[in-house]
Design a binder for this molecule. Structure first.
Ligand SMILES: [Zn+2]
Length: 374
């Protein structure tokens, strides 16, 4: 194969925040020769699990000894430049794809697989593990979004989990462990990652150029998941939440607020305008669900400081507080969100979402309502 068609297995140089204890525990096990051969890194989305996995792997290979990587020795440099022979990195999202098919796990030479593998079908987990270690103790396979393996791919991976070679380490990273086969679960040691503190999240998001105010807001909304906070920023969550709040408080009519949401610019995913509009509708429904769920939690007695959207809930005019009606709205919003998967039209989904919100608004008394909003 020509060298340029080779996928690069390169790790990032950033240092993860907030997961020191978990990483130290793993390195400690490795120092004592007790590291399991298969690890499943799980936990909420956007908290830096994969960055932690990268850092962990770098720390295993560093010549300075197992622990935080020095970044300067040969293995450290080669891991960062993609020239380290004992690492196989699979990040399907970075390849611009959604599904991890079997050809990423084992050699497939049919035309479709060759095309999927960019003409480089040997670049799979099995082939990698069949080769001898190039330089280090460990042959390491690192799989991001492991839940994106289809069932064929998961079954193909099982063989390596069942009969791991000497000094083989597989690290699977996922925010949706429920999508993995029970047989995968039973062969991996689970490593749990938690949300960061709001302060840690603020610090990281500010390093990614968020203003102090935005960092505070989005760290709270994401419950301390910096990756998610940055995604919320890219998707104009503050503007969408404003439209949601306006419908909930009666400041705008539901359909006017829905049109404002529909016109909100942001980094929405999809190859076509209608796909991006559906993604925008999905993000909006998700945010509306979170705001209304927090209203419901407040209605059953949780304090504003315990809620991601507590300030929004506490700071707006009280509309409907009946638990049953709030639950009905949550159901409506869940259904609207599902319509995205059913490929329904985005405008219709947004109308439905905002009409559900409007049903929770306080009764309209124009003069008083206006005075209050001023
Ligand atoms: Zn090093």
């Amino acid at each position: 194969m020509p060298a340029e068609s080779k996928r690069v297995h390169r790790l990032r140089a950033e240092t993860p925040v907030g997961h020191d204890d978990v990483l130290e525990g793993l390195w400690n096990a490795a120092r004592r020769g007790r590291l399991p051969h298969a690890l499943l890194f799980g936990g909420p989305e956007g908290i830096g699990k994969f960055l932690a996995a990268e850092f962990f792997v770098r720390g295993l290979a560093c010549e300075g000894g197992i622990g935080p990587p020095c970044g300067r020795c040969g293995p450290c440099k080669r891991l960062l430049s993609g020239n380290y022979g004992d690492l196989h990195l699979l990040d399907i999202h970075a390849l611009g794809k959604n599904e991890i098919r079997i050809c990423y796990m084992t050699l497939r030479t049919d035309d479709a697989s060759k095309k999927e593998m960019d003409g480089n079908p040997e670049d799979n987990v099995d082939t990698f593990l069949s080769l001898r270690a190039a330089e280090a103790d460990w042959r390491i396979v690192l799989i991001r979004d492991a839940d994106r393996m289809n069932s064929q791919a998961q079954n193909a991976l099982l063989k390596n989990l069942e009969e791991p070679g000497e000094r083989t380490l597989l690290v699977l990273v996922t925010s949706h462990p429920d999508r993995l086969l029970a047989t995968i679960h039973s062969r991996c040691v689970h490593v749990g990652f938690e949300h960061l503190s709001i302060e840690e999240c603020e610090r990281i998001t500010r390093e990614h150029a968020l203003s102090v105010e935005r960092a505070g807001l989005l760290s709270r909304w994401s419950c301390g998941a910096p990756g998610e906070a940055l995604e919320l920023e890219a998707r104009s969550a503050p503007a969408l939440v404003q439209a949601i709040q306006d419908a909930l408080t009666g400041a705008s009519s539901p359909l006017v607020a829905a049109r404002r949401a529909a016109e909100t610019e942001g980094d929405f995913l999809g190859a076509t305008d209608s796909a991006r509009a559906r993604h925008r509708a999905q993000v909006t429904c998700e945010l509306a669900l979170r705001v209304v769920s927090d209203r419901l939690r407040a209605a059953v007695g949780l304090g504003a400081d315990e809620l991601a959207f507590g300030a929004e809930v506490a700071g707006s005019p009280v509309g409907v507080t009946e638990e049953s009606r709030l639950r009905a709205a949550v159901d409506d919003l869940l259904e609207a969100r599902q319509d995205v998967e059913r490929n329904m039209n985005a405008d219709g989904i947004l109308d439905r979402c905002f009409l559900a919100l409007g049903r929770l608004a306080p009764p309209r008394e124009p003069a008083r309502a206006q005075g209050r909003n001023r």
